[in-house]
Ligand binder design. Structure first.
Ligand SMILES: [Fe+2]
Length: 594
């Protein structure tokens, strides 16, 4: 965010009431998150900035627009402290349509899924899209990409040379999601990014689930300022006591708020000052049905947090954690005019949204027609890999016939996979998956035309009795992931994505049961949020027809390549032991028929 000298001159004059305001908001009650007070106050806005709060009669001119806030409370625009909006499968434009009407006006994001598929040039195109949307994105430059250990394949390898460049960009507000393993293992590229951040005075955003004691101390000595992943409230308390800002995560698949908030409601209310909220990964359906950060504010109030404190967690606390409180997070002169009109702090229903000084949403809908921009080929969904055949998904071994003891990755939660040893039949050199034992084949195919990598392994916990499902959206690499009960359907699913140009698909007996196209980079689409929510329901229902009873079948599958969380994952270079940080051979033993 830049201000020219001429722009500052205009703003300062407007602040002194020498130039009439463009808009005034009258008769509302101000929720002052800086002082924890609520009192009647009017607001004057010039261009995109709040120039006065209180008695603004001196700021009104003949052309000044008036917004009447009688009976409403004025609350700063909400901030999502950590989100991969791409995981909603909504483009920035569609995501803005989903979250701005419920009051989220800013988000902190690495936009890392876009980077993985379209590199820095694609990212610049996304920045342009953000600029023409009502949503602000405070971008953190990924500490490195790919995030995976060992290194997997993506279209853009973020390294210290790139950090030299991007940390100077006006869009860059910090270093994104610096995972604990990368710091702990003293990874050279990671330390390079952190060292540059010190030099450029940028905050380092962390990701250290279950980091405690000495490991946490070491992590903090790397310069990390905040974290958004704690599994219980004691972890939250330790991190807060050691000086971190804590961003409580409540995503569509991980629900930490009720447990994490106990740090405030049960241990010490004073800890609230440095606690804020994020959603990390949300589905379109959840946002449409429940709301976004406004939903987290309501959840916190329900958990026993005072309404003012909960609102501070959704606004100023985030702004301070990310060092953006001079721009957003409060309704004060000099801040950007992102203002919500809500019914009552305790019930927190947002009915009107103003961003950058303009009224953009009323009654949960944008007040104007926001269109997605024309996109270049950088953000096309062409998957650059060869069509597959069933044989590509057959696990072949030396042994002709007999048994194979294999390590199957058993899903135990959206991100957690545990070891499960199973014995499978080997017939004609092929290790057969076995739906009776709930063992499927899983594969990741490199799709950027770089090396044609294809991995193959075994997974459990999905319950599929037939068919296959695949996705070209699969954080953090966004290679194609496919899992299935038989090799034929896996090939059909992958080929459908390649020929259609990206998306998510469910196949049974060679037929496409459902397909959600994701034409923007193969990861997101420009459909309306309600439409994506409907389609998500449909594709999850198709996955359930195959026998899968996980809460979010496609989402659980697309998290399989994430290697940051123990114990197992799979990327294009193979199945990964996330503790040893190596690939592994899933065949434990081959047993000949006797
Ligand atoms: Fe994240």
């Amino acid at each position: 965010m830049e201000r020219t000298i001429e722009n500052l001159r205009q703003l300062i004059r407007a602040g002194r009431a020498l130039t009439p305001a463009d808009t005034v908001i009258l008769n509302g009650n101000l929720v002052n998150v800086m002082t924890s007070e609520i009192y009647p106050a009017d607001v004057a806005i010039f261009q995109d900035m709040i120039v006065a709060v209180g008695d603004v009669s001196a700021y009104r001119g003949p052309k000044t627009q008036v917004i009447d806030a009688s009976g409403s409370y004025l609350v700063p625009g909400l901030i999502d402290g950590h989100i991969h909006s791409e995981c909603s499968k909504l483009s920035i434009t569609s995501f803005a349509k989903a979250i701005v009407p419920s009051g989220t006006t800013s988000m902190v994001s690495g936009l890392d899924e876009y980077i993985s598929v379209s590199g820095l040039e694609g990212l610049k195109e996304v920045f342009a899209e953000i600029k023409q949307s009502p949503l602000k994105v405070f971008w953190g430059a990924p500490y490195k990409t790919p995030y995976t250990f060992p290194t997997s394949t993506i279209s853009c390898n973020f390294n210290p040379e790139i950090h030299e460049q991007v940390q100077q960009w006006p869009e860059c507000f910090g270093v994104w999601e610096t995972v604990r393993e990368a710091v702990q293992e003293l990874d050279e590229d990671t330390l390079g990014a952190l060292s540059l951040a010190y030099k450029n005075r940028l905050p380092i955003f962390g990701c250290a689930p279950m980091a405690r004691g000495n490991d946490l101390n070491g992590y903090l000595c790397g310069g990390v300022r905040l974290d958004h992943e704690s599994y219980d409230h004691q972890e939250v308390v330790e991190k807060l006591r050691k000086g971190m800002h804590m961003v409580i995560r409540e995503s569509s698949v991980t629900h930490f708020l009720a447990e994490n908030i106990r740090a405030v409601t049960q241990v010490n209310p004073a800890l609230a000052r440095r606690v804020s909220f994020c959603t990390d990964d949300v589905t379109a359906k959840d946002v449409v049905e429940k709301g976004h950060v406004d939903h987290l504010v309501r959840l916190a109030i329900k958990a026993g947090v005072a309404p003012m404190t909960a609102i501070q967690m959704g606004t100023i606390n985030s702004a301070e954690a990310y060092r953006i409180d001079h721009l957003v997070g409060s309704i004060s002169p000099g801040r950007i005019a992102d203002i919500l009109l809500v019914d009552d702090p305790a019930t927190f229903k947002v009915h009107t949204v103003i961003t950058n000084g303009k009224l953009v949403a009323r009654n949960k809908k944008l007040t104007y027609d926001l269109r997605a921009p024309k996109r270049s080929s950088l953000l096309s969904s062409a998957l650059k890999c060869n069509l597959t055949v069933a044989k590509d998904f057959e696990y072949r071994v030396q042994l002709a016939n007999g048994k194979a003891k294999v390590l199957s990755m058993e899903v135990k939660g959206p991100f957690v996979r545990k070891r499960r040893d199973v014995t499978l039949d080997v017939v004609d050199h092929v290790v057969h998956s076995d739906t009776k034992q709930d063992v499927l084949m899983v594969s990741v195919l490199e799709r950027f035309g770089i090396n044609g990598n294809k991995s193959l392994a075994f997974c459990s916990g999905w319950g599929l009795k037939a068919g296959a499902m695949a996705s070209s959206a699969a954080p953090d690499d966004n290679n194609i992931i496919v899992l299935g009960a038989n090799a034929q359907d896996m090939a059909v699913a992958v080929n459908h994505l390649i020929t259609e140009g990206g998306g998510q698909v469910v196949v049974k007996d060679g037929k496409i049961l459902d397909f959600l196209p994701l034409p923007v980079g193969g990861i997101v689409c420009d459909l309306e949020p309600q439409e994506v929510a409907r389609r998500e329901d449909g594709i999850n229902a198709s996955a359930r027809l195959l026998g899968c009873d996980l809460p979010e079948p496609l989402m659980y599958m697309f998290f399989l390549p994430i290697t940051a969380i123990p114990d197992y994952a799979i990327t294009d270079v193979g199945p990964v032991d996330c503790v040893a940080l190596t690939t592994f051979d899933p065949i434990l033993e081959l047993i000949e028929h006797t």
